[in-house]
Ligand binder design. Structure first.
Ligand SMILES: Nc1ncnc2c1ncn2[C@@H]1O[C@H](COP(=O)(O)OP(=O)(O)O)[C@@H](O)[C@H]1O
Ligand SMILES: [Mg+2]
Length: 275
């Protein structure tokens, strides 16, 4: 999907009527940036979880966010997805979508998908059905739960199965998958909603080395067609996929740059890597 694609039935923004349907533009990335966080502060009982945090993500970028526990990484994702409202600052998705004005559901619908640490797949359903269900909760796809899938929809599920390395497991109940496979399935379920920006919070926690490597490949494949923000403590994993790394500390950006640059930054070594 590109910036000029018009989406049907978006819940926000002023759309122009066309052919009896209301069409609203998707996210405007004409300036090359998909996400703008500017001067964001979030306080919990006087403690600043985010402290004037400013961060931009390019369209199609794969950004890794690292930093010590309590640095504000998860809170940052909560702000982007509307779970937490910032006390001050602005959050824009592309040029025009003010995320602080949208509900969590509207933000998801606008094209931001988030994977939580704990997978939430439907254990009794097959892998294929999990992807099918994820597609059917997509408000842009209009059919009833009992309707047959058309060939384009089957193709999309098949492509996603291949991408997440689960083509051979399509008919297995999701509950029988390994921890790592469940994580991939959940990423696949997010992909069925066609997000423009994916947020992955510690995606390789608890994975085997091989699963970790495959997850890195998946992140690299997704970048370009998607923008991806990965929060992860596994430095080998980050080093293997990183384009640009942002180090958060005490709720704001401590350092940003290539992995080798932040790894050699004395302040980063002091607060995080040297420990
Ligand atoms: N809902 C909350 N209520 C109170 N404090 C919170 C809440 N969420 C996060 N915090 C605090 O904010 C700080 C940042 O947390 P978090 O964003 O989870 O950090 P990280 O993900 O980088 O480990 C921590 O000190 C945490 O205890
Ligand atoms: Mg966290």
């Amino acid at each position: 999907m590109n910036a000029t694609v018009m989406r049907e039935g978006d819940a926000f923004g002023g759309g122009a009527a066309a052919g009896g349907r209301v069409l609203t533009p998707g996210v405007d990335v004409s300036h090359g940036t998909i996400l703008y966080l500017d001067d964001i502060s979030v306080g919990f009982d006087g403690f600043k979880a985010l402290n004037k945090l400013s961060l931009d993500i390019d369209n199609g970028e794969l950004r890794c966010i690292i930093g010590p526990n309590g640095a504000g990484k998860t809170t940052m994702m909560d702000v982007i997805t509307g779970k937490t409202r910032p006390d001050s600052g602005t959050v824009f998705f592309g040029q025009t979508i003010d995320l602080t004005k949208l509900t969590e559901a509207e933000i998801a619908h606008a094209g931001i998908g988030r994977k939580f640490q704990k997978p939430t797949v439907f254990e009794q359903h097959s892998v294929f059905e999990n992807l099918e269900l994820a597609m059917k909760t997509d408000k842009r796809v209009r059919f009833s739960l009992t309707a047959r899938l058309d060939s384009a929809q089957r193709d999309r599920i098949a492509q996603t199965l291949t991408l997440i390395h689960l083509a051979g497991e399509a008919d297995r109940p999701a509950g029988l998958l390994s921890h790592g496979q469940k994580q991939w399935l959940e990423i696949g379920m997010l992909l069925m909603q066609e997000p423009r920006l994916l947020l992955l919070d510690e995606p390789v926690a608890g994975m085997t080395d091989e699963e970790t490597e495959r997850t890195g490949e998946l992140c690299k494949t997704l970048a370009g067609t998607h923008s991806v923000i990965v929060v992860e403590h596994d430095m080998d994993f980050v080093a293997g996929i990183a384009q640009k790394v942002t180090v958060l500390h005490e709720g704001s950006v401590l350092a940003e740059g290539r992995m080798d640059q932040v790894q050699n930054d004395q302040r980063v070594i002091e607060v995080y890597l040297g420990r």
